[in-house]
Design a protein around this ligand. Sequence first.
Ligand code: GAP
Length: 454
Amino acid sequence: MGETAQPVTMDTIVSLCRRRGFVFPSSEIYGGLGSTYDYGHYGVLTKNNIRSLWFRAMVQERDDIVALDSAIILNPRVWEASGHVAGFTDPLIDCRTCKLRFRADQLELARCGRKPSKRPGETPDCDLTEPRQFNLMFETHVGALQDESSAAFLRPETAQGIFINFKNVAQLARRKPPFGIAQVGKSFRNEITPGNFLFRVREFEQMEMEFFVPPADAAEWFEYWLDQRLAWHRGLGLSESNLRLREHSADERSHYSIATSDIEYLYPIGWQELEGVANRGDYDLTQHTEHSGTKLEWMDPDGNRYTPHVIEPAVSIERIFVALLCDAYHEEVVGDRERVVLRLHPEVSPVKAAILPLVPRDEGMATRARALYEELRRHHVVEHDDSGQIGRRYRRQDEIGTPWAFTVDDQTLEDETVTVRDRDTLAQERLPIGGVREWLDDALQRDWSSPQSG
Ligand code: GAP
């Protein structure tokens, strides 16, 4: 097996996603809508896997974190208290000539509307305004009236839904600090320089956890969560060499942050934030206490009251999805054929196994393959494929990252065994057809690391 050593580009990933139905540009038949995407079958399955792996690690396997699902549209005063109305802005510059709008802090990445080979400001025709602050929240209206009194926002982060429920959860879930509240859900930002596929989109699914701790312990818990989250990404199979930590400098930190570090991934567009871990101090609970009049604090058994500090790991499914696909994508030469293979962690792979009758016209093979498929599909997402040559069927599965294929062939008719083909090593072994279910269960439990990881 020979690896073709081209680094993967974002275009390659976009094209694979489109070709294999993972992701489509949204509203495509109407010309699309900037930086919004729709997920097809394999995209949905992959996202479901990422979400449930996060939930398993952050809630199911812990005693100190509980789940929450808050509303997307909250009382608009939430966003005044949180600082988003005043401060969730990007500095923007307009060009009076080409009528495009650019982020002032990213002009070097932007392209002039008339001469895309130039940067805005580089041609004599460019007529740029001074930077102006532009709020990233999407505004909407609640109720029948469409005036200022009914204005509301689509949430730009899930975190605030957690802070405003602190009292409810702390009382009813019978938890005391240190404890966390985890939430997964859509967030919306009117990003002005979106692009780079799913990396920066206007609608994305955040997975955030707010961990409430005694103030004196915050620095320690911050380090703990950085380690935990980095280990989680490594566990998904992301290569060690493509992950790093980067601490924010004081002038880069958000208004609420005492300390922030990003877990960065080496995307095809360079090192970028995959997940942020922030020490938010008591900023949010204090702000909501002041604005709502409801005390969001904790009383310890000695009667001492305090406002817990918050450590927040926050990531989107989209950023993980792109990182996983980039890391997993390989082009190889096998024999005299090229194959594209997605070496995804089996727990992330959208389809866990394919069941392939070697000669679909052969009734014995067809019946056995169908029966095996019916049995396995009750437990795992598996596919039955009986169209085309066997080599082509294997390659279709390689491209979507299916870790194993079970082939029903001539020998099956003699001894009731099937071959299992391993996506990564291409090794084949024979198994009794009756033992396939157990074999697959075991295989999915085994540790996995990419043959390429380093
Ligand atoms: N509650 C804190 C917060 O929202 P953030 O750094 O703005 O902090 C957290 O966002 C995470 O959400 C990021 O690390 C990234 O994974 C993801 N994210 C943010 N904006 C995104 C966008 N426009 N598209 C995709 N993912 C995004």
